[in-house]
Ligand binder design. Structure first.
Ligand SMILES: C[S@@+](CC[C@H](N)C(=O)[O-])C[C@H]1O[C@@H](n2cnc3c(N)ncnc32)[C@H](O)[C@@H]1O
Length: 181
């Protein structure tokens, strides 16, 4: 087996990975954005399915940096991703800071703070960048561990513009309704 996302240690259950990959395969054209990178596992899955030419963006603010010398918290993941031949664009910022100008997002993965207020800010910030048919993947939607996160996700994603695609363990997938261009 060649170099793939499987070479990066993952915090995701294999069933979550399957749903993640399946949704990415069916996402419309556009950029992919990974909010919360850590070791780079979810980012590598994005690169693996989409290729990096269509634009894979990885974002982390470093609050869970792997090493203290890794001030950005993203450099370590970037090194791993580059070693696998992936070249995503890195954003060293908070998940709710303004997105890059002109970005058109087809797939958004959210795996950051696991707090209701934060996911609310993230969606306020990134929702305007989503293209019709865009996929949103939310990790750690686990009521016992993260009740506030789940309450906010339940509230926001039951709006009629969202279609529920499925849940695997604690990964939820939604699709923004609308005609894919
Ligand atoms: C659970 S890990 C991400 C795991 C990754 N998605 C994977 O599958 O391997 C969470 C990451 O989010 C980052 N983080 C937490 N809150 C953040 C925020 N508000 N903005 C940006 N990054 C954040 C942490 O530094 C950490 O690297």
């Amino acid at each position: 087996m060649g170099n793939t996302y499987r070479d990066i240690p993952s915090l995701m259950h294999h069933k979550e990975r399957e749903l993640f990959l399946e949704c990415l395969r069916h996402a419309p054209d556009g950029d992919c954005v990974d909010l919360g990178v850590y070791r780079g596992s979810s980012a590598a899955m994005m690169c693996d399915v989409r290729g990096t030419s269509s634009g894979v963006w990885i974002l982390d603010n470093g609050c869970r940096a792997v090493r203290t010398s890794d001030k950005s918290g993203i450099d370590d993941a970037l090194r791993r991703l580059k070693a696998l031949g992936y070249t995503p664009k890195a954003l060293r910022q908070n998940s709710f800071d303004p997105p890059p100008d002109g970005i058109r997002v087809a797939a958004l993965s959210i795996d950051t703070d696991h707090v209701g207020e934060v996911v609310a800010k993230e969606m306020d910030c990134w929702r305007p960048t989503l293209v019709p048919g865009a996929i949103v993947l939310l990790h750690d939607c686990n009521k016992k561990e993260f009740p506030c996160l789940v309450a906010e996700v339940d509230r926001r994603f039951t709006e009629p513009e969202w279609e529920f695609l499925g849940q695997a363990v604690s990964l939820r997938a939604y699709r923004l309704r609308g005609e894919v261009a």
